[in-house]
Design a protein around this ligand. Sequence first.
Ligand code: GDP
Ligand code: MG
Length: 307
Amino acid sequence: MSAASSRSAFVAVLGAPNAGKSTLINRLVGTKVSIVSPKAQTTRTRVLGIVRQGAAQIVFIDTPGIFKPRRRLDRAMVASAWEGARNSDVIILLVDSDIWIRKGLDRDTKKIIAGLRERKSEAILVLNKIDKADKEKLLPMADELNSEGLFSTVFMISATSAIRNDGVGDLMAHLAARAPEGPWHFPEDQVSDQPERFIAAEITREQLYHQLRQELPYATHVETEKWEDRKDGSIRIDQVIFVEKQSQKGIVLGKRGVRIKSIGEKARRELEDLFGCRVHLFLFVKVRGDWSEDPARYRDLGLDFNA
Ligand code: GDP
Ligand code: MG
């Protein structure tokens, strides 16, 4: 692609936890670059998803949700989200339209809108989950928000593609048309800026969110310790799941190791899908009480410990 005709844009996707940011980006990229779960705040770091549409390369920045920070990790995540917005050409505010209709605009979304106003940043309003929402009520509500003059355009989509006209294609076409002329920032076939080791750890972490109850996943951290490309074309991956307490280790392992086995099996299958080869996944659980207060872990995640 010559620089004269190519277009490129960085698009930051902001939204309350659970709005569907990671789902949308994975969908657009066509492969999993960011993990998804029904639990809020699954995404801990900024993740780039790279999509090509015609002459345009659109780089999506999946942000950790913006919410009221309580712990140090929360503060670092919120700071990272705003940092992503600052460095982008276009900002998308993604809103769970179903929750909005049933319960009113949530506190986190209000906070983001206030933040956008403060920063005088224009954004595209994207109402997600229209497959679940009452459409009759959606339009007047969108109009009301739109009248504030903060949003350039409104889109209604379903990121999970549970319906026919899910709007995702329209949104993508709009972004490509709006992208300023300029050179691409990544090679044509690259879909993410995350190293495979990191993505592999994230896949396991996603299973922790799916298979462990309540607060426990938030107390975990996964690291890929060893990566071996074997001669037979398979990959051996050794990962450590860090927990904060001995009692949590027992829960992650499960009775006679059934839980860890199930986590490992699901993660391995996902990894085989993702990398297109056989994967041997070895999981170890270690207690390290202070991981969420350890500056080195923040550096690994690309987060600012002192945010
Ligand atoms: P994030 O926190 O904003 O990144 O949200 P996720 O992408 O992790 O999604 C949160 C939950 O919402 C997951 O269970 C998704 O499957 C679900 N979800 C996302 N988009 C849609 C949608 O368009 N329709 C429906 N019904 N569910 C969705
Ligand atoms: Mg996410």
